[in-house]
Design a protein around this ligand. Structure first.
Ligand code: SF4
Length: 383
């Protein structure tokens, strides 16, 4: 890659990228303040190329929100409801089972399931939920629950340790943890945005425990609300440090905050430039996480397509039904066909590949049954 046309102030960072060296937090801040989008694209594309060649992956998945009833009221959340609220919902296990059975007909390889911190659903309900989905297809990956849900289940519902809760859920079929709930790790931001939610240390501890058990998860960042750029970089630093320790994160998924129907409706949404800059900086800074996702549900498909030139190598999935961002005002479609995803990737000059929940490539239906098991911690290649 020819970096000779890059602005002078980015040359030291370009040298590090060229030599595959780690950039510092000061470098990341410089990138987040850089107005030269072309230069950011060149640098982030170099890292993407080193890690993933010209491939862009996607997954056939089905989102399910089992309930939006929640005991917390995070400021940025338009999804949660109290039990008596008119927009509160709670799906029966039969309904969830039917939705997953339908989606399996379309070839999904993953069900992605999160909900609020429900005050009354009991342990038997959660165990039965995971067990019934697992029984539908032993190959299907059940990717479920955020770190805060796991803490809620451990403390109030299962009444046991985080590890024991995770063990019990894994025993009945939990395959991977979702990365949601990380928001921005800074304590002051969390206090203002989501008081009562778990701290950064608690979020990291749930993922650390899961990784130590040999599990894999994704990690996220909800940005573009009240945080400073320094706090954004600090969030990335904490993700990178845990990944150095465990190697258990498979991919990073940053989301721009969607303010429209939240109590923070006065916040100006992150612009397209801001989103591309954040993706590119994440790609360059998180040298130990192989995959970077453009979450088309929040950013829209056209911008997600442009993001393929800013370090992104994954377009997430078909999703089929999304509630969290749409209840906050997103007006993007709720599902995508494989044809559309592949067209968008090809049009951007990249090669589409279907992946599983661990970013392993699936090129045919029979591949799915023959994929090698998820590598254990010591042998993880894509750390
Ligand atoms: S973000 Fe999660 S924990 Fe916070 S109110 Fe919404 S559903 Fe509840």
């Amino acid at each position: 890659m020819n970096f000779s046309l890059l602005p002078h102030e980015l040359r030291p960072i370009a040298e590090k990228v060229e030599q595959q060296q780690r950039i510092s937090e000061a470098d990341a801040l410089k990138l987040l303040r850089c107005n030269d989008l072309n230069a950011l694209g060149v640098l982030a594309s170099a890292v993407r190329e080193q890690k993933n060649g010209n491939y862009v992956s996607y997954i056939l998945n089905r989102y399910i929100n089992y309930s939006n009833v929640c005991i917390l009221s995070c400021q940025f959340c338009a999804f949660a409801a109290r039990k008596r609220d008119p927009h509160a919902f709670e799906l029966a296990i039969d309904e969830i089972e039917a939705a997953v059975r339908d989606a399996l007909q379309s070839g999904i390889t993953e069900v992605h399931m999160v909900g609020g911190l429900h005050p009354t659903l009991d342990k038997a309900w959660y165990i039965e939920l995971v067990r019934r989905i697992r029984a539908l297809d032993p190959e299907l990956t059940i990717k479920a629950f955020t770190a805060i849900e796991i803490r809620h289940l451990a403390q109030r519902i299962f009444k046991t340790s985080i590890r024991d809760t995770l063990e019990q859920l894994r025993e009945v079929g939990l395959g991977a943890l979702t990365g949601g709930g990380a928001e921005i790790f800074d304590a002051d931001v969390r206090d203002e945005l989501c008081r009562g939610k778990e701290s950064a240390d608690e979020w990291l501890e749930v993922h650390r425990t899961w990784h130590q058990m040999g599990g894999r998860s994704t990690c996220t960042m909800l940005y573009g609300h009240i945080e400073t750029l320094e706090q954004r970089v600090d969030h990335l630093r904490q993700i990178r440090e845990l990944q150095d320790e465990t190697g258990g994160f498979t991919g990073f998924v940053p989301f721009a905050f969607e303010p429209r129907t939240t109590v923070l409706a006065h916040v100006k949404p992150a612009s397209a430039v801001e989103q591309l800059r954040t993706l590119a900086t994440s790609r360059i800074y998180l040298d130990n996480i192989d995959h970077l996702t453009a979450y088309w549900v929040s950013m829209g498909l056209p911008l997600a397509q442009v993001a393929l030139s800013f370090g992104v190598d994954d377009l997430h999935g078909t999703i089929m039904e999304e509630k969290i961002f749409h209840m906050a005002g997103a007006n993007t479609p709720q599902d995508l066909t494989v044809k559309t995803i592949e067209h968008v990737i090809r049009e951007a000059g990249r090669e589409p590949v279907q992946r599983d929940s661990y970013y392993r490539r699936i090129s045919s239906a029979t591949d799915r049954a023959n994929l090698t098991p998820v590598p254990q911690r010591d042998e993880l290649v894509c750390a």
